[in-house]
Ligand binder design. Structure first.
Ligand code: ZN
Length: 139
């Protein structure tokens, strides 16, 4: 992973074999980032994305083991129990151009990932929402 800071924005380049969520957590812990937005594009060879089932209050996960373009990744970083809490959604395209996506659990880089982490001057924690069971912004 390569990281370069410009004012309040970090440019991040991931290399083959690195996992996206863990990499964002690593940057945020190392740089003491409490609140940020994240965007990225790139290419992966595995991805696990999910859909939250409100009735069951748990994620239904779909795992893909094939070359995929990371078409778009959007999300945020907050704090939960003092640790960086990464919440990102992503869409991926396969060799036919079909797009899948959802809540991103895990994706491993095949070629590269070009990411920007934009730091916001603030602090937001997470709390459990009684109705949905989700970890929502505590604001
Ligand atoms: Zn989500």
């Amino acid at each position: 992973m390569k990281v370069q800071k410009f004012d309040n924005i970090y440019a991040v380049r991931l290399v083959p074999g690195e996992e996206i969520i863990k990499s964002i957590e690593t940057v945020c812990e190392a740089e003491k980032i409490n609140l940020a937005t994240v965007s990225a594009i790139g290419a992966v060879n595995t991805a696990t994305v999910g859909l939250y089932n409100l009735d069951e209050k748990k994620y239904h996960k779909n795992h893909f083991d094939c070359p995929l373009e990371l078409v778009s990744l959007l999300g945020n970083v907050t704090r939960k129990d003092g640790n960086a809490y990464v919440h990102v959604h992503a869409s991926f395209a396969d060799s036919d151009g079909k797009v899948i996506g959802g809540h991103l659990n895990e994706a491993v880089i095949s070629a590269t990932c070009e990411m920007f982490i934009t730091v916001i001057d603030g602090y937001v924690c997470r709390k459990t929402d009684e109705i949905t069971g989700l970890q929502v912004f505590d604001i």
